[in-house]
Design a protein. Structure first.
Length: 116
């Protein structure tokens, strides 16, 4: 039997997102406070998390353009972990139907719909 590996959750975002996730128990985080160096900080953080035991990376939607090439490379390699989830920012979501978007995301990775 294959041993079960413990994976953690990490979050990358602004103060509001990071604070909320820390209150929910997430201990791995990168706080992006300087918009000018956000790209470098986000890329460095994601590259570090890819080498560690992280199962889920929750990243603020605003910062996804900085790592699109990394996400595409992960898809090409057919990597299952970590799963990168975009979280809407306080300015709102880029997607009109957030619930439908997450359902499609879950359907893609799980293979069927989950009703909550």
């Amino acid at each position: 039997m294959m041993p079960v590996k413990q994976l953690s959750i990490a979050v990358i975002g602004d103060e509001d997102l990071v604070s909320g996730m820390r209150l929910a128990g997430v201990s791995r985080y990168t706080l992006i406070s300087d918009e000018r160096s956000a790209g470098d900080t986000v890329r460095a953080s994601v590259n570090t998390l890819l080498t560690e035991d992280v199962g889920v990376i929750a990243i603020q939607e605003d910062f996804m353009p900085f790592i699109q090439d990394i996400v595409l490379q992960m898809r090409e390699e057919k990597r299952l972990f970590p799963v990168i989830i975009e979280v809407p920012s306080k300015r709102g979501s880029k997607v009109d139907e957030v619930i439908a978007n997450y359902r499609a995301f879950v359907r893609k990775f799980v293979g069927f719909d989950i009703q909550i």
